[in-house]
Design a binder for this molecule. Structure first.
Ligand SMILES: [Zn+2]
Length: 392
């Protein structure tokens, strides 16, 4: 974060300089053009072939000198601006690590016969999921990739989410109405109707917006009472003659922020309804990678010691990484909280009677004959009551 702020500071400097120079140069050039135009007008009033008066000759030579000087000044300023811009590039180099070779997986591992098809499938799947069907089709055809499911459902969701981000909830409302039963407990339907009412108020006036609200809001009155009141009040500030709205309504009156928020909520809710992860496997991997690589880079130097270097396995990370909410928040593998080992077929995760899950090795170690005490909630049980868990 500090690195971003550092670069942002340099970028701000460059932008400020650019804006100031742009303004100054424009005014300056405008002024020069005016002076040249005036002089031209004055000279054109002379009859043809009349020599210039000494005064006029002097004004022309003064203006020519001023022009020359200005061109020189402008090109110097421009050169200096270039230096400021290139400083931003250097600042990026200084603030960010550019060489991740020591922690990045070897590039060859993406190219071998096993992994290459997986990578290609992931890329094709990602393109389809982003709604880029044409690009996906071309990629599949040109790279000779094995047929990929085109996941049209996801493309449709993407289209709704994109329209929402652009401020148009119509497509999303249509989708939500088809899945009303699944979204019974979701805030999504109300959020979309609220957006539509505010859009109507802005575009067609408050009366159609109120009519729309009357028709669509009551179904959500019990669950979203306060938001509903706020939305109805916000409609009052949508008239052209309305004074600036109080701060608590500004969020509702900002179509862009409302659209982005609705788009995120839609993607999350709709993905959970149709049972797909919000991120494609490729996007998830990139997001997780962006989080983990800086931490890995830090730890890499500390792990150069011969005693610990063996802990750096190719298929396992030496540290735990919190992927955050948007990172998926799911585990593709189970790591035993007792032995701190990844579960495997030989050592699968076992669910104890109390609901806690540990690996079978840990269970065997903790079990004392026919008795087992859960290490988390000290519930006593029999090891035979534990059940193996399967992740699909
Ligand atoms: Zn327990």
């Amino acid at each position: 974060m500090d690195s971003c702020l550092g670069v942002e500071q340099d970028l701000d400097k460059a932008t400020t300089k650019f804006t100031a120079l742009n303004e100054h140069t424009n005014n300056f050039l405008q002024d020069l053009i005016c002076r040249v135009e005036c002089l031209k007008k004055e000279i054109s009033q002379n009859t043809a072939n009349t020599p210039l008066t000494p005064d006029q000759a002097m004004v022309i030579s003064d203006l020519a000198a001023a022009l020359k000087q200005s061109v020189f000044q402008i090109s110097t300023d421009h050169r200096e601006l270039h230096a400021t811009v290139s400083r931003v590039g250097k600042s990026i180099d200084r603030h960010f690590i550019t060489d991740y070779a020591s922690v990045a997986p070897k590039a060859e591992s993406f190219c071998n016969d096993t992994n290459r098809p997986i990578m290609e499938q992931a890329i094709a799947q990602h393109l389809y999921r982003q709604g880029l069907e044409d690009v996906g089709d071309t990629f599949v055809a040109e790279a000779n990739v094995a047929p990929v499911e085109r996941t049209c459902t996801f493309a449709q969701l993407q289209r709704c989410a994109a329209a929402l981000a652009e401020g148009d909830p119509a497509l999303a409302i249509e989708w939500v109405q088809k899945h009303a039963e699944d979204l019974e407990h979701s805030p999504l339907p109300f959020t979309l109707h609220r957006m539509q009412a505010l859009k109507l108020a802005r575009e067609k006036g408050v009366v159609p917006a109120i009519e729309y609200a009357r028709e669509n809001f009551p179904a959500h009155a019990t669950r979203h009472e306060r938001q509903l009141q706020a939305a109805v009040c916000a409609l009052a500030w949508c008239t052209p003659a309305a004074p600036p709205a109080p701060q608590r309504y500004t969020h509702l009156l900002d179509p862009k922020a409302l659209g982005l928020e609705a788009s995120e909520l839609f993607t999350r809710s709709a993905c959970s309804v149709v049972g797909v992860a919000a991120l494609s496997p490729l996007a998830g991997a990139v997001l997780a990678g962006a989080r983990v690589v800086p931490a890995l880079h830090d730890i890499r130097a500390k792990m150069a010691h011969p005693h610990v270097v063996a802990a750096w396995a190719d298929d396992e990370l030496p540290l735990e990484v919190d992927l955050g909410e948007e990172g998926g928040g799911y585990h593709s593998v189970f790591a035993c909280p007792i032995l701190r080992q990844q579960a495997s077929e030989q050592n699968p995760p076992m669910r104890l009677l109390c609901g806690h899950v540990i690996s079978r090795d840990a269970l065997n170690k903790l079990a004392l004959g026919l008795k087992l005490k859960c290490p988390y909630c000290p519930m006593e049980q029999s090891p035979a009551e534990a059940r193996q868990i399967y992740f699909s």
